[in-house]
Design a protein around this ligand. Structure first.
Ligand SMILES: [Zn+2]
Length: 360
């Protein structure tokens, strides 16, 4: 009997929902609370945003933030040319439009935060005559997976590099793999702006699976590295806001709770009696179903921990950060898997102990 005969696929035919069925992810929305009050910024209603889909704003001293309300990037007007940071395709040529709004200077330098196409996939808009600065690993990845829209970096560095243009300093630093290999910190000490992409998204819990990050231990380490910088403005690559230091701390606090919940979940459900119970419930011929239940038990335990916890200021997370009710389960899953894979294991099987729960 094939699975579809066993249990019919229930495709949701409500207009606007495209085939959310029994085998995929559940539909959410109707019961979920709206995003916190004030999450949607005033610029969404501006004429420029309504007409062209971008917003540009000077943070301080010639450092500008540009956003498509989803993705953000930045540029610095130095007096001897413009330094652009990233080029998300959702902004594309609007990066040039934003720059031309505030200066007639040409773009002379481009910094790649990391190699991902969703943040630099429109970098070719800056033309062939710019110096492109990035980490060595970013260049290696772009050599290996070429993309004409992401021209190769022309200047790379290993640990630290200070880019000085027209008296403006940008301190670039690589502290090891976090979101992905080669992802760097970009600090403008004069303007007190820190750019670190795909780590934290002020005002929200960021996108699922810790923003699709690869090294979760390194990604968590980056939280404290970010808080170690002096900054008044934080540019994170997403979502609708730049952040203050306090807003960044709020995101760090949320992810500390995710780690706390995931740690408790792994401890509880990795006990062999709990694991055997869950696997036994679906029988010896459905080991992947049992595994799904085991992993989901841990993810749900951690999710409940985060969503039911009274936070530092007495509110629940979904009252403070957008996306908490929908994204937390994915973060919990990713973090608990990273605990199992990246951190020290509490025990290992001793010689001569019980056999595994199912034997063939
Ligand atoms: Zn990325």
């Amino acid at each position: 009997m094939c699975p579809s005969e066993q249990r019919p696929i229930t495709v949701d035919s409500t207009p606007g929902f495209y085939g959310i069925d029994h085998y995929g992810f559940p539909r959410v929305g109707a019961d979920d609370p709206p995003d916190p009050e004030g999450y949607y910024p005033a610029y969404l209603g501006s004429e420029r945003f309504q007409k062209y889909g971008y917003h540009v704003e000077e943070l301080r001293g010639g450092f500008y933030w540009v956003t498509s309300a989803g993705y953000d990037a930045a540029f610095v007007v130095t007096g001897e040319g413009v330094v652009a940071i990233d080029a998300p395709p959702t902004l594309g040529e609007n990066m040039l439009a934003a720059i031309e709004e505030v200066t007639e200077q040409p773009v002379t330098h481009v910094i790649y935060s990391h190699w991902h196409a969703d943040h630099i996939g429109a970098a070719s808009v800056y033309g062939p005559d710019v110096e492109i600065v990035a980490h060595r690993i970013t260049r290696e990845l772009l050599e290996r997976f070429p993309d004409p829209k992401r021209p190769l970096p022309t200047l790379t560095f290993e640990d630290d590099h200070v880019l000085t243009v027209g008296g403006v300093e940008l301190h670039l630093s690589y502290k090891g793999e976090n979101h992905c290999p080669g992802n760097i910190f970009i600090h403008a000490p004069q303007q007190r702006v820190l750019t670190a992409v795909d780590i934290l998204s002020p005002g929200s819990v960021t996108f699922m699976h810790c923003d699709a990050s690869q090294n979760i231990s390194g990604w968590y380490e980056a939280h404290s590295q970010i808080l170690g910088y002096d900054f008044d403005f934080f540019v994170g690559g997403h979502h609708m806001h730049y952040g203050t230091y306090e807003q960044v701390k709020e995101c760090v606090e949320y992810f500390a709770d995710v780690l706390e919940g995931a740690t408790a979940a792994v401890e509880r459900f990795s006990r062999s009696d709990a694991l055997v119970d869950i696997l036994a419930a679906t029988g010896p011929d459905r080991v992947f179903v049992g595994t799904e239940n085991w992993i989901n038990s841990m993810a749900n335990h951690a999710t409940r921990h985060v969503l039911e916890k009274r936070t530092g200021d007495g509110r629940l997370w979904w009252e403070r950060l957008a996306g908490a009710t929908t994204q937390t389960k994915y973060h919990a899953y990713t973090v608990l898997e990273s605990i199992r894979l990246e951190r020290a294991r509490p025990d290992y099987r001793l010689r001569g102990t019980d056999p595994p729960p199912f034997q063939t």
